[in-house]
Design a protein around this ligand. Sequence first.
Ligand code: AMP
Length: 280
Amino acid sequence: MRTTTRIDQLRAVVAAQRRRGRRIGLVPTMGALHEGHLSLIRLAKRKSDFVVVSIFLNPTQFGPKEDLRRYPRDLKGDAAKCRRAGADLIFAPGVKEVYPEGFSTYVNVEGITQGLCGASRPGHFRGVATVVCKLLSMVRPDLAVFGQKDAQQAAVIKRMVRDLDLAVKIAIGPIVREPDGLAMSSRNACLTPEERKQAAALYRSLKLARRMVRDGERETGAVKREMARLLRREAPLGAIDYIEIVDNETLRPERKVPGKALVALAVKFPKTRLIDNAVL
Ligand code: AMP
């Protein structure tokens, strides 16, 4: 497994593989890799022959007051994990390589970026779509793999690929969780021990939603109220940013639980914002 920080080297290595008839897979990440990321690498390896993992802490998807500077980094540890998971190449560019002097072109996906995380993180999905579009253009993979953990991001990328006629297949891997149900996230390392304990309540609130809907509740308002009560009780250190029940395709909030529903939430602990979701 090789590591490169340069776009020209990345292109040369991938082109040589493509000439040999290999199918190329891409797994974009921001590093501080955990089992969730590794499951995506393994998924990419099953569905393609040569897997590129990008590790790039993308500044354009962080707001000015967000946690870019505190975000965990561990390139050495990441490389060892990638190798064990079956990655073939790590692309870990610096910020100047991706956004050179004078950079001024952005990809803006409209509509589905307005609600959920888009509402509390203005500009976030513009940064995500731009960097993913650039990575797809650099690697030109046959397949790119993303996680259901970031459900809105997955929807935004699928929309962008369709709208811009990008010749890549998108695969979405399931959410990998800790034993107590907390969705794995690089940001979990930033939680204090007490916050970490309370953070498991996010998953319990999603399971409560699932139970209520299975038992016949159709009013999204009633489900959201019970979820909020659970979170206020069991995760008092966290402030609820949003709890929404949306149509899984359009991501629009609904008053009645739709046929294909996604329940999504974000909770802000003092220094760490967590998100999670479940398909109902
Ligand atoms: P990030 O490094 O946070 O940008 O995440 C890189 C990719 O890993 C994204 O497609 C995420 O959705 C995915 N991912 C993050 N956490 C998990 C998880 N717990 N389970 C599955 N995929 C995940």
